[in-house]
Design a protein around this ligand. Structure first.
Ligand SMILES: [Cu+2]
Length: 199
């Protein structure tokens, strides 16, 4: 009897060519020595192999993008100056020039803006345009800055430039104007004092 019922595959199942449920059989591991081309699993595995290949290609492409991005970052970091350079422009105006109104409704001297952000470790080039006929200062002990801001005029601002080496530690660093000017403004953040946010 067993001599007659010879399995059509070597995986132990007796199969009949042309059977309707042939394609519905669960895919069995192919026994050693059975050519994969003969295995019924091969044709059903193909779509998954194709999807796998597509996914592999997709990941490969994204890897390449990531690699090129990191190369761009690396080349930027390898620029002659290793620290990022930032430029900050500040304007100083007087109460008469309507720098900034206080909550009580009168105008005051002010740095515009009085608060700004810089990157940690950056070399920050600050340029101050002073339209006020009075002198001011940008004094920030935490940033190592104590700079006199030269007096200018409404029609011809005085330009003062200086450099701040932003600390590596992020946080708020206070500055104030240490030269007597608008008494109220000297004690108010947003006017003659403020914060440099190191991020
Ligand atoms: Cu001042």
């Amino acid at each position: 009897m067993w001599r007659v019922a010879i399995p059509t595959t070597l995986d132990g199942h007796t199969r009949q060519t042309g059977s309707d449920d042939f394609e519905e059989e669960p895919c069995q591991p192919t026994s050693p020595g059975v050519p994969t081309a003969v295995s019924p699993c091969s044709s059903r595995r193909l779509p998954w192999i194709s999807i796998g290949a597509l996914l592999a290609v997709a990941f490969k492409v994204s890897d390449n993008n990531a690699a090129s991005n990191s190369m761009m970052t690396t080349s930027a970091q390898m620029a002659p100056t290793s620290q990022p350079i930032e430029n900050v422009k500040l304007v100083v105006k007087s109460d008469e020039e309507h720098a900034r109104m206080g909550p009580e409704g009168t105008w005051h001297d002010a740095f515009l803006p009085a608060d700004f952000s810089v990157k940690a470790g950056a070399v920050v080039k600050v340029t101050v345009y002073n339209y006020d006929e009075g002198e001011h200062s940008f004094t920030a002990p935490g940033l190592g800055a104590n700079v006199a801001i030269a007096a200018g005029s409404k029609s011809k601002p005085a330009v003062t430039t200086f450099t701040i080496h932003a600390p590596a530690k992020a946080g708020l660093y206070e500055w104030l104007c240490a030269i007597p000017c608008d008494p109220w403004a000297m004690n108010q953040n947003g006017y003659m004092r403020g914060n440099v946010r190191v991020v």
